[in-house]
Design a protein around this ligand. Structure first.
Ligand code: F6R
Length: 252
């Protein structure tokens, strides 16, 4: 895995935004894979700035987000759809019909029990839609402190596809900062699988801060193992980690 170390979060974000802007300018009809969470917030604001400055346009871009929570009412401000609308989509010229998320709202739950057929069809539809657009040209990833990418928690396999998953307690705790109460954090989500992510032609994983240092170091130098899902990126031929100094601090 190639990596580049920048001074801080601001510089790392500018660098990642530059990679996305270059991709769009090289291929205006490109397909982007996008992430939510705290890490890419400044990437998206930088892209908004570049759009306003006339340096990049999103009119023909198609996007696929990595994941979406299950069980939030439509329009809930912590849904990943709302997050992306607020952070990026509504500030640029991308038509919303070209922006995609796993359609978690279609999930059928009877007396608290998930209808697995509906879960499988939501997941299969998402995979098929990605395929139909020609596949992802450039995928943005963050990383969890336990090495998760998207919501592929430890234990996820290299051949995993888009599916419904339960979130681990550590991920629920980490995401609680965005909710009023930890009990409001969804327990399940649809996520692209490891195999889905590895099909992207280029992958950029961004990580900032000391708390990511161990997961980053073992993803780069450790064994390729389900114990650290990000380590599967070692099997991909065009993956770049963009790190700040703190997130790079444990690399040997
Ligand atoms: C977000 C996602 C997650 C985050 C990861 C890091 O779409 O799939 O894997 O990238 O949890 O989150 P932050 O950036 O908030 O530290």
């Amino acid at each position: 895995i190639n990596y580049t170390i920048l001074e801080d979060e601001v510089e790392a974000s500018q660098h990642v935004a530059g990679l996305f802007a270059s991709m769009i300018n090289r291929k205006p009809q490109c397909v982007l894979g996008l992430a939510t969470g705290g890490t890419p917030v400044k990437v998206y604001s930088n892209l908004c700035r570049r759009f306003l400055a006339g340096e990049v346009a999103f009119e023909q871009v198609t996007t696929f987000n990595l994941d979406e929570y299950v069980g939030l009412p439509p329009g809930h401000e912590q849904s990943y759809r709302s997050f992306m609308n607020e952070q990026l989509f509504r500030h640029v010229d991308v038509p919303l019909e070209q922006t995609h998320f796993p359609d978690a709202g279609r999930l059928v739950i009877n007396d608290g029990v998930v209808d697995s057929e509906s879960a499988n069809s939501i997941a299969a539809d998402y995979e098929a839609l990605i395929e139909r657009t020609g596949g992802i040209d450039l995928q943005l990833l963050g990383i969890g402190t336990n090495g998760h990418i998207a919501f592929n928690e430890p234990g996820s396999t290299i051949d995993s596809m888009t599916r419904l998953v339960g979130l681990t307690e550590s991920t629920i705790a980490a995401n609680a900062r965005f909710f009023e109460d930890a009990s409001d954090v969804p327990r399940q989500a649809f996520t692209m699988g490891i195999a889905t992510i590895l099909r992207a032609r280029k992958i950029v994983l961004m990580a900032t801060g000391e708390s990511k240092a161990e997961a980053v170091a073992s993803a780069i130098n450790g064994a390729v193992t389900s114990d650290n899902p990000a380590s599967f990126l070692q099997t991909h031929s065009d993956t770049l980690f963009v790190l700040d100094k703190a997130a790079a601090s444990a690399i040997a």
